[in-house]
Ligand binder design. Sequence first.
Ligand code: CA
Ligand code: CA
Length: 335
Amino acid sequence: MAFLRSFIITLAIMAPSFKLLANAAVTPRSNKCSVWYDVLKDIQNEVFDGSKCGEEAHESIRLAFHDAISYSPRLGGGGADGSIMMYPEIETKYAENAGLDDIVHRQRPFALKHGVSFGDIIQFANAVALSNCEGGPRVPFYAGRSNYSQPSPDNLVPAPFHSVDQILGRMSEVGFDSDEVVALLAAHSVAAQDQQDTSMKGSPLDSTPSVFDGQFYLETMTNSPPEGVFRIPADRLFATDPRTVCLWQTFVDDHNSMVNQFSRAMVKLAAVGQDHASLYDCSEAIPAPRRLRNHRPKFPYGQSAKHVHYKCTEASFPQAKLNHDSSPVPPVQKS
Ligand code: CA
Ligand code: CA
């Protein structure tokens, strides 16, 4: 009995410590950012079908890029200002934005409901979408964009049929170098297309469209993509160009580099046309992504390193680190 009494007293003394530990496990919410937890709950349920990395996540990532990159020091546009959501009747009619009207209209009511700006919700939904993908980055999120914008000019988004020179030229106008462009293309690891080839509507750009992984970089380096996967011509050009192939190849098996370099480039992209110093950090509201389970990208069925004709000449191809299982890959799940 004496032992039991002493044990109870010890528990009573430790109780405050347990309480402290329990509190420490919960991310503290700053008042300034509290609205984003409400937005998070709504978009995870109502836009992302319960925190999924599916079609709506893919389109949200695409939307964030298209809104932000629409800035040119020569031609105008406000970058990541939400203009595509402010003027959907204009900007979603541009050929480069074909198919984005659905996701604009899915997200827009939640910006109005919670009183946040269109530019903010587009970048927030992008970060949440990425966190829904296995292996995805936890991209920092900065809030505070104004809701003032003007319609962006047309033809500022790099197109799938553009050359490497054209895309690097356009991106350099906004301050991105070739390494950052290669890193941003990691978004195609969790992507699908409807507009490039309407006979393959919903076809993904790699065989793991719900996983943020090096599979996209490997598959674009091989002779042909797996059955059911759509290859964007510009991606293939970047995968084989001497200026970009080395970093491309690095991302095949270096997931940490892929995540870190993508995240840095994404933060920069989210501030295009904005005064970054005037924004405030609400990254606390972005969920932690699920860890990548399989670190070994797999060659398309019937292909191996000998089907990679354009490799980096300054580093050996990481074939030993890849999955050489020659069994057929199951049919690709369309989003
Ligand atoms: Ca814009
Ligand atoms: Ca993937």
